[in-house]
Design a binder for this molecule. Structure first.
Ligand code: BTN
Length: 259
């Protein structure tokens, strides 16, 4: 865990005025579960939970998340956005995805762009480099805490066979800076700020950047509700598919597949 160090992350954060408590496990089930348990026990906004490895790392839709030791970043942050109703929460994933894309892009060779495959995949050169999993804790129908989980492929050079054609990593893309602590600090600061901005202004300030990073735009796509061409992120965060004949179908949940 030489490059994943609590003191190094806290020092980087305090240098930029962020006071998040950070804890790192050598091995855990899922950092999202760790953050959720801590949130229920009172952990503050911005508290960050990392692990060198996870044995039950999970992604959206019940998928597992490849979480070997010594290679990647598994990070979950407790967020406490005030005044957000459960039905308003879905677009927070997009705002966080933008922050993750920016932090990764800053480490890649000049000219590399990180795109977003709605709603939660961060891609470089069409391959997945990171995923976002936002979960919430509710009491009496209100959100008491949100857990923003992020997995970033940092040093993996060989993915399992089923991921080889679809995944990439910061190392595979030729980045010189592969230090997990500095990336963790950038993500903790970026995600906490994105949540604060979302709390104040909802999705509006993120839309230009999200639209510029839209991996699905103009591609043939299908979702449960529609099959057509990607037509962009709507102001409320839904993804629009333009179907044959020109009708525009908003997708608000589930997955969108690129055949
Ligand atoms: C996805 O792409 O489906 C989301 C993947 C999210 C993975 C991260 S790794 C840290 C945190 N802990 C988990 O179990 N999942 C998230």
């Amino acid at each position: 865990m030489i490059d994943l160090d609590e003191a190094a992350i806290v020092a980087r954060l305090s240098a930029i005025g962020v006071a998040s408590p950070v804890s790192i496990a050598a091995l855990t089930g899922s950092t999202n579960d760790d953050a959720r348990a801590a949130a229920i026990a009172g952990a503050p906004h911005g508290a960050a939970f990392l692990a060198d490895a996870q044995h039950k790392g999970r992604g959206r839709g019940g998928h597992s998340w490849h979480s070997p030791p010594g290679e990647n970043l598994y990070l979950s942050i407790v967020l406490r956005p005030a005044g957000i109703a459960p039905r308003e929460l879905a677009p927070l994933t997009l705002a966080i995805g933008g922050a993750v894309a920016r932090a990764i892009e800053a480490r890649l060779p000049e000219g590399s762009r990180a795109s977003i495959k709605w709603p939660n995949d961060v891609l470089v050169d069409g391959r997945k480099i990171a995923g976002v999993l936002v979960e919430s804790a509710l009491r009496a129908g209100a959100i008491t805490a949100v857990v923003a989980g992020v997995g970033v492929n940092v040093k993996t050079l060989n993915f399992p066979a089923e991921l080889t054609d679809r995944a990439t990593s910061i190392a595979l893309l030729g980045a010189r800076d592969r230090d997990r602590s500095s990336l963790a600090a950038a993500l903790i600061a970026g995600i906490t700020r994105a949540s604060d901005r979302f709390e104040a202004e909802r999705l509006a300030p993120f839309l230009d950047d999200l639209r510029a990073r839209d991996h699905l735009l103009g591609r043939p796509l299908h979702a449960l509700e529609a099959r057509g061409i990607g037509a962009g992120v709507r102001d409320d965060g839904a993804y629009v598919i333009e179907v044959e004949g020109g009708a525009r179908v908003p997708i608000t949940s589930g997955a969108i597949e690129v055949p």
